[in-house]
Design a protein around this ligand. Sequence first.
Ligand code: NDP
Length: 511
Amino acid sequence: MAKKTENQILVIFGASGDLTARKLVPALFNLFVSENLPKNFVVLGASRSDMSDEDFRKRVVTESKYLKDKREELNTNDLEKFANCFYYHDLGGSYDTDYSNLKKRIEDLKSKHNTSGNIIYYLSTPPSLYETIAQNLADAGMSTQKNGWKRMIVEKPFGYSLETAKELNNGLQKHFEEHQIYRIDHYLGKETVQNLLVTRFANSIFEPLWNRNYIHHVEITNAEDGGVEKRGGYYDKSGALRDMFQNHLLQIVSLIIMEPPISDAPEDIRDEKVKALRSLQIMKDEKTLFNNTIRAQYMPSTIDGEKVKGYREEEGVAEDSTTETYAAVKFFVDNWRWQGVPFYVRTAKRMPTKVTEVVIHFKTPHHQIFQDSGMSSKDNKLIIRIQPDEGILIKFGVKVPGQGFKVERANLDFYYADLAETNVMEAYERLLLDAMQGDATLYARADEVEAAWAFVDPILDYWANGKDVRMYGYAAGVWGPENADDLIEGVGFWRNPGPELTDEPGYCVLC
Ligand code: NDP
């Protein structure tokens, strides 16, 4: 039975920005269409921009390009009903101000729409403002749970390093209790990511094999075919490791390596994820970091006859930038289950295709009967495709018909899209609904975020200050620098899904 969603107000700080129009309002639209919004519900956008309620409605609903196709799903009455849920409050010139006017506005909306005192504050501003907003809310008595619950959703990035993540966590926790804080990682809103838990813990055919005795190595690829687009200025201060690896990919790693939780209660699952992240073997010395990490930048290239800029030519990027657009890391997990099993995780921009997948490579059978069949190159693989074409693929050996025992690899596949009757929620839609219902399972807890940074910090430090550290180049449109294969050498090779789009060479050293 679907959980009940209590009446509430959603206050979005930074509501004039890109995320609100592009992700949050379309997610709310879907929830409205699927009748998942509470009976009494309003959204109050709050920013410094000068806008009326009507301007805001036009901007994010009635004239929003992100709802262009969706609007046709609704008749005029329903569209108006949805648009009328939106209100706007001008904070004046700053987020660091007295929130008593905002409080009054919320009280008025509460009385008018009978929304009760339940409020979600969604912080969709630059992160430098998160603590300021939390403090001003608390100072105005708006974080107290006396009359209805108060929750705060925080957008990534959660810090820039372990130290800044701790500062941010401490800063927020001064004004809100940890259980009120929801750190959103939209990767966790994807069905296939959640399905990692179900694959492992609701099937008895995988979990008994899910350990060092049967798994040879684990590979995770997150590839984007696009470059940094208009985000060059932001990206150049961040890089692939901070932007994707520290958060989304380590969250996926934690779901792969965690021990079975006691139950599906949010805290039980999150406790196991923290334990998993704490068991990542932290790389401390330069030799280990040199041997186990690779960073690179995309270079100019021609893809399908079109010239593509190199990273250093992108708008907002420094000409001598050493920010990585490709990061590959090999690491181990220090616990009983995973001892000695290498993990290979890479993330990059300007790859041949857009894909995120996990590949579990199983070991070659211990005793090989079919000696001449090249079995070792035909080992079992479990491929969990997170995007696009969400699904699962198992590769297994079958006998080729005819005399003797020639073995070939066959596929057993499942695609989420085949579940035609099921409405697969988009990530923000699912996560917003979870927060509205007080389910924090798919949100990152402070200790999870800090454990992930503790693993990533030494790599970032080495890349910034290491003696032998290198920045490689790869032509936009290939699978990264050639020497990324050195990382996985002796174990196999990266599984490069999708066709090669360019034949330009992939190897060169920039510095
Ligand atoms: P924007 O840069 O569009 O900023 C949102 C709003 O914040 C702006 O409209 C502006 O509103 C206010 N703002 C921006 N810069 C400043 C500043 N220097 N000082 C004070 N206010 C400022 O951000 P997004 O909407 O793209 O993203 C919001 C948050 O979500 C960010 O933390 C981002 O890191 C995160 N995020 C965004 C994603 C995306 O796809 N956009 C994806 C994942 C995370 P006003 O001037 O009206 O006050």
